[in-house]
Write a protein that binds this ligand. Structure first.
Ligand code: SF4
Length: 267
């Protein structure tokens, strides 16, 4: 089997949710514009680093979602998101803090790693490049609110970046956060991942894969703060046997197990 960060983190969050998503094929409906916006924006960044017109690529990609039946938040529209994207791209170019050499090789970098039992692990790094002159793994995020920055080194606890460091052997990581708000802002958050963290993540992956192979899918339910994962879980309708909720939130994809690593590309 081919595993990815998305699968491991889903299992750690709730094994029952893993079973619904990755064995039974229940996927969340894309009802909000955030993911489509993020995908369009990342394609624009790739174009920018390849010397093409990032704004034109963003328009072309985002235009494909113009008539999608998204549920926009109050005050949000397709146009407003388009203008926010363009302003973020302009600001990113002005700040000019990131260099990606050989973009063909250093954007969407695919890494494969062998796991015990004949399994493999796949990761797609958004980029490997220099942030303020230092080589780092780079992960792009688009969001509507700033990421928490304090205390110092908080980012070194981000499991996705630990995973990418484990896969690549690169210690230094950065999260570049594009904040969609009235005055767009870009955060450049940096951290270093230690050897111990990489080793520990490797052990988490191995034990998680063993649990999955053994067919352990107990629920980790929670509805009270701070363990209230069920409230935001797309599979809530399945756990409650609520067909209305299932229909509203989920679609079922049959026989797609071999392509589940694609989650990694949209995360
Ligand atoms: S609703 Fe709760 S118990 Fe059910 S899959 Fe989601 S997180 Fe797990």
């Amino acid at each position: 089997m081919l595993f990815s960060y998305s699968q491991i983190s889903q299992y750690v969050r709730c094994p029952r949710g893993y079973r619904y998503r990755y064995l039974d094929g229940w996927e969340e409906r894309e009802s909000r514009p955030a993911k489509a916006f993020g995908r369009s924006f990342e394609k624009a960044l790739a174009a920018y680093f390849s010397g093409d017109d990032g704004g034109a690529v963003f328009f072309k990609e985002w235009a494909a979602s113009r008539d999608a039946p998204f549920e926009y938040k109050t005050g949000e529209t397709w146009d407003r998101l388009f203008h926010q994207g363009i302003r973020l791209l302009e600001r990113f170019a002005q700040e000019d803090r990131i260099r990606i050499g050989s973009p063909q090789e250093n954007l969407q970098v695919k890494l494969l790693r062998k796991l015990p039992g004949g399994h493999e692990f796949v990761a797609y790094l958004d980029a490997v490049g220099a942030v303020d002159g230092q080589r780092r793994i780079i992960d792009w995020k688009t969001t509507t609110s700033r990421y928490v920055e304090a205390p110092e080194d908080l980012l070194s606890l981000d499991p996705q970046l630990i995973c990418y460091s484990w896969m690549s052997g690169i210690s230094d990581v950065a999260l570049v956060v594009f904040v969609r708000k009235r005055n767009p802002e870009i955060q450049y958050l940096k951290a270093s991942i230690s050897d111990d963290q990489r080793r520990e993540f490797g052990r988490v992956v191995e034990t998680t894969v063993e649990q999955i192979e053994s067919g352990h899918f107990a629920s980790h339910s929670g509805i009270r703060f701070p363990q209230n994962g069920c409230i935001s879980c797309p599979h809530l309708g399945l756990c409650l046997n609520n067909q209305e909720l299932v229909t509203a939130k989920l679609v079922r994809r049959q026989g797609a197990g071999n392509l589940d690593w694609l989650d990694e590309l949209v995360d």
